[in-house]
Design a protein around this ligand. Structure first.
Ligand SMILES: NC(=O)CCC(=O)C(=O)O
Length: 261
């Protein structure tokens, strides 16, 4: 199945939801005009890592984000992978993904499972506990958030449900861009999946962020890589390549889960 994907590599304005929300419709429109089936945004695009002010800036129950993404996906008839946003729900704060289908319905939601201590997520956020699966043009896909890619056992768990594409919204600092690219390639190779990764650009008070959003095929090749400027890039993948990779080397069948922990 051919799937056309737009990577919306945005700058994120620190602690300024209004300015950040204003960036979303132009990107969705541009992606739809480019013929994309799905547009993908970065991590925590509503507030950035303004964690000390979450009480004021986090999206209450994700209502504002969900209303906007539902409206835009329906208006432009495109699946919107909403990267992630800071949310306040059930008495805690979360780093939450919402994905809306092209008919404006919520396909799935996901709370970041592995909290990133180096950016203080463990002090301010609650961790998610649930898997995240959805379908795109009949193809199984899954989605994680940024630091989650350092946990191959988690991405393997998610990939066992026949997933062919792993989406990765991120706020990944410039200082570790070499690890970003290698980890994404490794997760693509070992899961024989496409990896679609969207990082932010620009800076917050603590870090510059490196962009280099990209798509990796099941062999781990970078089929597109952006630079470190805001931009939207649209690329078509062919998910039959996952069948080719899995047919050639049956890694999923050769697993020995009884030996793993
Ligand atoms: N926002 C994040 O989860 C950043 C993860 C990161 O930088 C890493 O090195 O891992």
């Amino acid at each position: 199945m051919k799937i056309t994907i737009s990577l919306a590599q945005l700058n994120v304005f620190f602690g300024d939801p209004d300015q950040n929300f204003a960036q979303i419709e132009p990107a969705v429109k541009q992606a739809a005009e480019a013929g994309a089936d799905i547009v993908v945004f970065p991590e925590m695009w509503n507030t950035g890592y303004d964690l000390t002010r979450l009480e004021k800036v986090a999206d209450k129950n994700g209502d504002r984000t969900q209303a906007l993404l539902a409206k835009l996906s329906r208006k432009y008839q495109i699946t919107v992978h909403g990267g992630s946003v800071s949310t306040a729900k059930n008495g805690a704060f979360y780093n939450t993904t919402y994905i809306f289908g092209s008919d404006g319905h919520l396909l799935t939601t996901y709370d970041k499972v592995h909290l990133f201590g180096l950016m203080n997520e463990d002090k301010y956020l609650a961790a998610g506990h649930q898997e995240d699966h959805f379908q795109l043009k009949g193809i199984d896909a899954t989605s994680v958030i940024c630091y989650d890619i350092r946990f191959p056992e988690w991405l393997r768990t998610l990939s066992l449900d026949n997933s062919r594409i792993i989406f990765v919204p991120a706020e990944w600092p410039t200082s570790r861009m070499n690890q970003w690219r290698r980890l994404l390639a490794a997760r693509a190779i070992e899961n024989q999946s496409f990896v679609v990764a969207v990082n932010r650009v620009g800076s917050d008070p603590d870090n510059p962020f490196g962009g280099h959003s990209g798509i990796y095929n099941p062999m781990g090749d970078e089929i597109v890589t952006l630079d470190d400027r805001p931009q939207l890039k649209t690329v078509t993948i062919d998910t039959n390549e996952t069948d080719d990779a899995r047919g050639f080397m049956p890694v999923f069948e050769d697993r020995r889960p009884e030996l793993y922990r």
